[in-house]
Design a protein around this ligand. Sequence first.
Ligand SMILES: Cc1cc2nc3c(=O)[nH]c(=O)nc-3n(C[C@H](O)[C@H](O)[C@H](O)COP(=O)(O)OP(=O)(O)OC[C@H]3O[C@@H](n4cnc5c(N)ncnc54)[C@H](O)[C@@H]3O)c2cc1C
Ligand code: FES
Length: 276
Amino acid sequence: MPRVVRRERLVPNIHLLEIEAPEIARRCRPGQFVIVMPDARGERIPLTIADWDRERGTVTSVFMAVGTTTRKLALLGAGDTVPIFAGPLGRPSEIASVGTVLCAGGCFGIAAIHPLARAFKEAGNRVVALVDVKADYLLYWRDRLEAVSDELVVSSRDGLYGGTEFVPGHVRGILARERIDRIVAVGCTYFMSSVAEASRPAGVRTMVSLNPIMVDGTGMCGACRVTVDGRTRFACVDGPDFDGHLVDWAELYARRKSYFEDEVRSLCAWEEERFP
Ligand SMILES: Cc1cc2nc3c(=O)[nH]c(=O)nc-3n(C[C@H](O)[C@H](O)[C@H](O)COP(=O)(O)OP(=O)(O)OC[C@H]3O[C@@H](n4cnc5c(N)ncnc54)[C@H](O)[C@@H]3O)c2cc1C
Ligand code: FES
């Protein structure tokens, strides 16, 4: 069974998980994801691949502990095993030499934009990284993003980075200041839809990595159905990247809430079992 090499809390609520998975490490590309199951009784959840080491044969994801499964993952330690770690899944992101690329990331997306920024940089682009945190102590991987971008802009509500502007304001400011040829945004649904709305008037192609509920991750169950440009698409096999200006965000928000009560019940049951 796939073995945990490292599980580390990066900042409160956000954890890094490095798993031994040589086949995935050998084949994965920026923008793809894995499906992981923390224990034999658990559910399978998708996590974006934030980094990989082909020589050591490991794959790294960064996740936010929001419900039962991510809390279970947050309890894993080096040497533990997971019953399922499948991938790489999804289509790799479109990487090309386009000019200047703005890579925007919020919560787990701060890590998820790292391989994208690196790949766009390697393809000869100027890369501006924009990360969104509520406060300075929630910022992680600053050094790693600085290493793969030409400029790092931090949007932080505590004013420690020269203002309290929200991400849409930063996107509009960067678009007003210089020509941006492509935007990629990864994070929670609200974050990505906000970035897409901010860039819509300028018409800059804005790719978002959609995060609908997924079950099999291979196009068979239909759980990850989204509507893009009026067409039904399955995020696991047709995405997860789509043009944010064409996504039916209202439908995505509604479908993500489908199991809200069950998710809360599951978390309460797990907490009662673990902390009697
Ligand atoms: C292709 C893809 C890639 C993904 N990559 C990552 C990743 O790299 N890291 C990561 O942390 N998550 C990622 N997600 C989301 C992740 O799969 C979910 O957070 C996870 O399934 C939650 O499972 P859970 O049982 O812990 O919580 P659940 O019980 O399923 O959810 C608990 C509550 O948290 C809410 N919630 C779920 N995700 C988030 C979020 N990101 N922000 C705020 N609230 C949320 C839910 O709506 C629900 O109300 C990805 C999703 C997809 C489809
Ligand atoms: S997760 Fe089942 S079709 Fe995409």
